[in-house]
Ligand binder design. Structure first.
Ligand code: ZN
Length: 341
């Protein structure tokens, strides 16, 4: 999938990710993760893009998920409350993603700065919020949406919920209108409680784990016929990688251009400090090696060039997991077979 991203975006940094050595002509180390027993490389550059690189995204999402969990749990354990708003708007398959995103960002700003929001903030005792931004693709084209986790002190009584949701909806609907978007009561805004928020956080990053399979609804045939509810941009890469279908290449390109420079997660000021979550950029997370791992061996630059040119990056790791470092290199023709008498 990463190779598909490099192919679609030839000038993007994803093209150097886990291909170029950090030091020119430097060695590439191979490690084995102690817990998962998976082999991985060290000494290589990474791109740190949560939007376009499936490898970095998997790593970053995993870390962001534990940050989200830490804050959510910490807040709930202190007797706090959490409400999740899902905000979206009407769209069609004629809409360009870039236009939708700029309207959405305008609407979101308008929504958060109204006096009404300020009022609700006090009413529920808001201590902070986390905004997650997601894009999927379905039969009505691009579907950008926002999940807004509100961490607050005051409980919302069951009989107050409906009224509060209506008030949020009216604010959202006005914010959309200001930005030439339209939304409906049915689909525009959904309000969920802490339980749903917890499920959402638990699934954070799982988009990466979706696999093709006969038992899953995620099959290529379903994608082709548009039967599936929604696709993630990484599903496009999957189709490109498996089918070479370039219709999805154009979509992925449109997406990559539209999300450039955008943040996937936004924490309100002070929230991370409050729960002792260290401030780290996506690049930092993608670069750091925190795994407990055994060093298995090193590949020199000639070996590495051979592996990259022959598209063996994944195969080598799989072979190493199966046969060990030396045997894997021998099996792939990188080492001569030792003659024994
Ligand atoms: Zn990457």
């Amino acid at each position: 999938m990463q190779a598909a991203a490099k192919y679609v975006l030839p000038n993007n940094r994803v093209g150097i990710c886990l291909r170029h050595q950090i030091q020119k002509y430097g060695d590439v180390d191979v490690y084995k993760h102690l817990k998962t027993q998976k082999a991985f490389y060290g000494g290589l550059m990474v791109c740190g893009s949560v939007w376009v690189c499936p490898v970095c995204a998997a790593k970053i999402s995993e870390r962001r998920r534990s940050e989200l969990k830490k804050v959510f749990r910490g807040h709930i354990d202190l007797g706090g409350e959490c409400t999740m708003l899902t905000l979206t708007f009407s769209h069609s398959n004629r809409d360009k993603l870039k236009d939708l995103l700029s309207s959405l960002s305008g609407a979101m700003q308008a929504f958060a700065k109204t006096e009404k929001f300020h009022f609700i903030r006090k009413e529920i005792g808001l201590i902070g919020s986390i905004r997650a931004f997601e894009i999927t693709y379905g039969s009505n084209g691009w579907h950008p949406h926002i999940h807004l986790l509100l961490l607050h002190d005051n409980e919302i009584e069951p009989w107050e919920r409906h009224d509060l949701e209506d008030r949020f909806y009216r604010m959202w609907s006005a914010a959309c209108e200001e930005n030439n978007l339209s939304c409906s009561r049915e689909h525009g805004l959904k309000m969920d409680d802490a339980k749903e928020a917890s499920t959402y956080i638990g699934k954070w990053g799982d988009l990466m784990d979706k696999q093709w399979g006969t038992d899953s609804e995620m099959t290529k045939a379903n994608i082709k016929r548009g039967r599936i509810g929604s696709l993630t941009p990484f599903d496009f890469l999957r189709v490109i990688a498996e089918d070479g279908d370039l219709e999805y290449a154009d979509r992925f390109k449109e997406y990559a251009l539209a999300v450039k420079g955008k943040h996937q997660l936004h924490w309100s000021r002070g929230l991370k400090q409050r729960f002792a979550v260290e401030e780290k950029t996506d690049e930092q997370i993608a670069t750091e090696k925190v795994e407990q791992a055994d060093w298995l061996g090193a590949l020199d630059w000639k070996d590495w060039r051979y592996i990259v040119q022959n598209k063996l990056r994944v195969r080598l790791l799989e072979q190493i997991e199966q046969d060990g470092f030396e045997d894997a290199l021998t099996n792939l023709g990188l080492r001569k077979v030792q003659q024994t008498k």
